[in-house]
Design a protein around this ligand. Structure first.
Ligand code: AMP
Length: 514
């Protein structure tokens, strides 16, 4: 049985008892996630196509998934903890999701927020009709809005930031669902790529900065909106274009309608999507993600060459950058580390102990390619340093004479507040050490990161313009493109308590936000 036990904030409070939620204090179940969205309108098998789309977007979130469909009258939903292949493997479940329109969501909860009630799409019966919503990104004033709404009588059911949008819509005085949505989104700060479903339409919206991706595609008479183009490929749909930053796209019986409800701002797409997060076979903002990674690797080779015998990627995410590095440096490229694909991404395991284990389970050095060689290891990022420490040691044990680490992102110096999971600032290796200190920590003979300007050059820009950066690079530069209202405010700490439930996995993760 669940119990609601409000109490004052105490930093030592255990999450199993009660959760105390100001984002700067909470160590878990925070309003933060990185996710995938998919929506389709006008297809007899809307739900089945949504299952496939979510499967292609599994890399963006593995902890939970859900689909809501609409048959023009009624809404049908199925949501569960776990991955798409397991959740939607039963054809009877998919058949129950009737209708020509559906939306779906993959969720990556950063912590103990792995609760069924947090699994999206969220659904609400509004005055204006039924409404389901899935969100990729993170709102930076969700806590602030939540406090206001709770004081006015809103009853929150989940701990996701997305629910604030639903309550803002519920209390809006605008008439139509679309107007209510615009009204609600005018009040939020942060990053959102949203797909929503009402009885007559699928609605997609991208925040004015366009921090997270969102694309539009077509399959026969049906239209699709989804996080990445790889989800269009899997269903044989044609990529039409990116949903523009600040654009709202409505898919309904009469086709695709585009609106620009927000004041225009220069876009700031997340550059880390290119470096690591998006799938390499996706195309975002006219760039092939794979080609971008290769160019970043080539730029890294120009900036930080190494006298070595062989270039070895840390698989899988380091591979395209290592190919670019090897091609530019003229050194041989070898798959000197084998990755076991039957384990998830390192970060998915939340405790340090499991994370450490996870790296050993995941990678093995191929001594035949490494023994006696001077090796350049290429990876996409160093966050806590866990992966690099292990891999450097592993490659040395396999007989490498020298190990030179090259990283295809600048040092990660701050957390992301826009939907990519990063640990608290003081857990980031680059926050604790200089590059030389980091080199010592990971045990490499040399260590170099691509520069911020080098990254911009690889992305086709002359350099970073500090007055108008083309990307969101806040995790590298600490230049956050929106207000961070929740982070900067201590107002109302301890005022809200949330229902604490045991998570399905019983896991908890240490996390506090800097
Ligand atoms: P760490 O081991 O903590 O230094 O993390 C670095 C490794 O995690 C790199 O090999 C990346 O490929 C991967 N990585 C970086 N950022 C993320 C993220 N937000 N989610 C999952 N994996 C990540």
């Amino acid at each position: 049985m669940l119990s609601l036990r409000p109490r004052a904030y105490s930093p030592r409070a255990r999450r199993d008892d009660a959760t105390l939620m100001h984002p700067s204090q909470a160590d878990d179940d925070t309003l933060r996630e990185k996710c995938a969205v998919f929506g389709i309108f006008g297809h007899a098998e809307a739900a089945a196509h949504t299952v496939l789309g979510l499967h292609a977007l599994q890399h963006r979130g593995q902890e939970a998934c859900g689909i809501v469909s609409c048959d023009g009258e009624q809404f049908h939903a199925h949501r569960a903890l776990g991955q798409v292949g397991d959740t939607f493997s039963n054809p009877a479940v998919v058949a129950m999701l009737r209708g020509y329109a559906a939306i779906g969501h993959n969720r990556y909860a950063t912590s103990g927020g792995t609760l069924l009630r947090n699994v999206q799409p969220l659904f609400a019966d509004l005055d204006a009709g039924g409404f389901a919503i899935g969100h990729n990104g993170n709102l930076t004033n969700a806590y602030h809005l939540r406090r206001k709404l709770v004081r006015r009588g809103s009853l929150f059911q989940s701990t996701t930031d997305t629910e604030a949008i639903v309550h803002l819509m519920a209390t809006s005085t605008a008439n139509s669902i679309i107007d209510r949505m615009v009204d609600a989104l005018m009040q939020v700060e942060g990053a959102y790529s949203i797909v929503a479903l009402c009885r007559s339409a699928v609605i997609a919206v991208r925040d004015p900065l366009g921090v997270r991706p969102l694309v539009l595609g077509r399959l026969g008479d049906a239209h699709i909106v989804c996080s990445e183009t790889c989800a269009l490929d899997i269903i044989g749909a044609t990529f039409l274009r990116d949903v523009e930053p600040g654009e709202m796209v409505v898919l309904d019986e009469s086709g695709v309608h585009s609106y620009r409800p927000f004041p225009p701002r220069p876009s700031r797409f997340c550059v880390f999507e290119y470096i690591y997060f998006a799938r390499p076979d996706s195309v975002i903002g006219d760039h092939s993600v794979y080609a971008a990674r290769k160019r970043i690797g080539a730029e890294l080779a120009r900036e930080a060459p190494a006298g070595a015998d062989v270039i070895v990627p840390v698989p899988d995410s380091g591979v395209p950058a290592a190919i670019g590095y090897a091609a530019e440096s003229g050194l041989p490229f070898e798959l000197g580390i084998t990755r076991n694909h039957y384990v998830g991404r390192t970060f998915i395991e939340p405790t340090d102990q499991i994370r450490n284990l996870g790296v050993k389970l995941k990678h093995n050095a191929n001594a035949a390619l490494i023994d006696g060689k001077r090796v350049v290891l290429v990876d996409d990022s160093i966050v806590r340093g866990t992966t690099s420490r292990k891999i450097v040691q592993m490659v040395r044990q396999a007989g490498a004479r020298e190990v030179h680490m090259r990283i295809s992102s600048p040092p990660t110096r701050g957390p992301c507040f826009y939907g990519i999971d990063t640990p608290a600032k003081d857990e980031l290796l680059a926050h604790q050490y200089s590059v030389e200190g980091m080199r010592r920590e990971i045990g490499a003979d040399s260590l170099a990161f691509i520069s911020v300007d080098g990254l911009y050059r690889a992305m086709g820009k002359p350099a970073r313009d500090p007055d108008a950066p083309a990307f969101c690079d806040a995790c590298f530069t600490l230049d956050y493109p929106t207000a961070l209202t929740d982070e900067e405010s201590t107002e109302g700490q301890g005022e809200l308590s949330f229902l604490a439930e045991r998570t399905a996995t019983g896991r908890r993760r240490k996390r506090s936000l800097a």
